[in-house]
Design a protein around this ligand. Structure first.
Ligand SMILES: [Zn+2]
Ligand SMILES: [Zn+2]
Length: 546
């Protein structure tokens, strides 16, 4: 059985911030967990390098689209690597393999009769002398009355047609666009209405999607899926491989979501694998993204796969709510964000991963504040987990010359540990990462209580046998923490494995006792709480008022 995990493709037009990581981190937890369990995992993503915003920026900054895309693609790769993201392939949408594969998919859709051409009216700017891509028409959402871009309303998440916007404006020059006739290719979505309804009903019944994905998709389908244009007048992107349309580009919503498949094709080719061993009816697939991307993964991508007769429809949709910052909505334009390159320079990757999992925006928006972040690091990571590991191993180093006593492990603790693999694993598979990590930390707090109650520092003086049993049990707990936390906190898990000379990474109880400890170093350093104010002030002073 293959597990395919697709992380959303960040747009290569600006640095990643913590909101992106909060939305994408579940993908890495899943990939690490399933590999550890011995499953066949393919975890793919890449940088979205096409589309209008990069082109506009390139001309403003007097540089090229490729230069901007290269810069951010490299920065994204570095950010993901330093945060421990374990993609099997992290590629980009301006890669040759992606262009070729998308053009082939497009021709297959045409051959199967799912594309048709249609004369349409489109917004045209007389000042800028060009047809306006959807995002470059702005106005009022006809659905909810909020300010919206032509492609989608951020307020109510409706997918929009720019011509339906009220009070239309050209984003480039702010003049009102005129409406002109042009010809585009359309995808016959409406043919898939029934099939999509069944598909969503089944996901709902089996509780495989997040509630927000079910609710939004159900509402969307109830309105009836309209056919949608799949070609656009865009300055960069993938050329339409069909006569009469060659000066147009394949619209990003079909092209970017196809990246999960094109990246898999490329990975299979690089590794001498057959794609059908990975994308078939049995495949379990997880799609990881923020809630603004739901319809692309719950309606558009499944309909394209149905059109291609590809049996590997999305099984799990992990669509996160938003992360707020100090109780306010993140805003890149106002620089109200914590940027990943800054964060990974100053803080431990496991601290970031811990905070964004325990405070994950799983079912409702969650908040990042410097106070909570630093207190959670000092209190939970260092205070509970780091200290338990450190005080146990330091004690063995001091009292037993670093040789772990070989004694029988406390039976109740063994049973609890075995059960934990079961329950944490089930929670991860169902997409409940926060609860999964909380269970492991509940276990850690229990381990600290056990240490305090046994009082090994007295036991070694009064009853050395009892002291040895306590320390053997505590080391057993630590060895299992290195396994149980590997999907969540891979860097500290690795440090433990080095100290205990553990070689295997498995999703099951570890009984083998390590004999001689390697140099004991603390898993985490304390963060000075004066940093809370310092970071908060930096955030405030960097904020741009628009
Ligand atoms: Zn709206
Ligand atoms: Zn204009």
């Amino acid at each position: 059985m293959a597990i395919v995990i697709g992380g959303a493709w960040p747009y290569a037009n600006g640095s990643l911030h913590l909101g992106h990581i909060a939305a994408l981190l579940p993908g890495d937890i899943l990939a690490r967990y399933y590999r550890q369990k011995g499953e066949h995992v393919l975890y793919v993503s890449g940088s979205d390098c096409n589309g209008t915003p990069i082109s506009i920026r390139a001309s403003q900054e007097n540089t090229t689209v490729a230069a901007i895309a290269d810069h951010y693609h490299r920065e994204f790769e570095e950010s993901f690597t330093k945060l421990g993201f374990s993609y099997d392939l992290y590629t980009r949408t301006d890669a040759r393999h992606h262009h070729q594969a998308v053009q082939q998919l497009f021709l297959q859709l045409l051959e199967k009769g799912h594309l048709y051409s249609k004369k349409v009216e489109q917004a045209y700017c007389e000042t800028d002398k060009q047809f306006l891509p959807d995002r470059f028409v702005e106005g009022i959402c006809p659905n909810c009355g909020a300010k919206a871009r032509g492609d989608q309303c951020d307020n109510c998440s409706a997918i929009l047609d720019p011509l339906n916007l009220l009070e239309k404006r050209c984003k480039i020059c702010s003049n009102e666009p005129v409406i002109k006739e042009t010809e585009h290719l359309y995808f016959a979505f409406s043919k898939f209405q029934k099939e999509l309804e069944q598909f969503v009903a089944q996901a709902k019944q089996e509780k495989r999607w997040r509630d927000n994905a079910i609710a939004l998709t159900t509402r969307y389908l109830a309105e009836g899926v309209p056919d949608r244009a799949v070609t656009r007048d865009l300055p960069n992107g993938i050329a339409v491989p069909i006569d009469g349309f060659r000066d147009k580009k394949i619209y990003v919503w079909i092209e970017a979501v196809a990246g999960y498949l094109t990246a898999s094709i490329e990975w299979a080719q690089q590794h001498g694998e057959e794609l059908k061993d990975w994308w078939n009816e049995e495949t379990i697939s997880y799609y990881i993204h923020g809630k603004d991307n739901i319809p692309f993964h719950s309606v558009i991508w499944p309909a394209i796969l149905m059109g291609l007769n590809n049996p590997s429809l999305p099984t799990h949709i992990i669509s996160n709510e938003y992360l707020t910052l100090e109780k306010r909505k993140l805003s890149t334009s106002q620089n109200w964000a914590v940027w990943v390159p800054y964060m990974i320079e100053k803080y431990d990757a496991d601290s970031i991963r811990y905070f964004l999992t325990v405070n994950a925006p799983e079912n409702r928006d969650a908040d990042f504040s410097w106070r909570e972040f630093i207190y959670s690091h000092n209190g939970e990571l260092l205070g509970a987990y780091g200290n338990f590991v450190n005080r146990t191993l330091k004690f063995i180093e001091k009292s037993f010359e670093g040789i772990v006593p070989n004694r029988k492990i406390d039976e109740a603790i063994r049973q609890q540990t075995v059960r934990l693999y079961e329950s944490v694993g089930t929670l991860i598979e169902k997409g409940h990462f926060k609860e999964a990590l909380e269970q492991v930390f509940y276990y850690i707090r229990g381990a600290n209580r056990y240490f305090d109650e046994q009082q090994p520092w007295l036991q070694v003086k009064e009853n050395v046998e009892a002291g040895k049993q306590t320390l053997a049990t505590c080391t057993y707990i630590i060895a299992n923490l290195a396994q149980l936390l590997q999907p969540f906190l891979p860097f500290s898990a690795e440090k433990i494995r080095t100290m205990l000379q553990l070689e295997t990474i498995e999703w099951q109880e570890q009984i083998a006792q390590p004999t001689h400890l390697q140099a004991i170093t603390p898993l985490f350093d304390r963060i000075d709480i004066a940093q809370i104010e310092e970071e908060y002030n930096t955030l405030i002073s960097n904020k741009v008022d628009l």
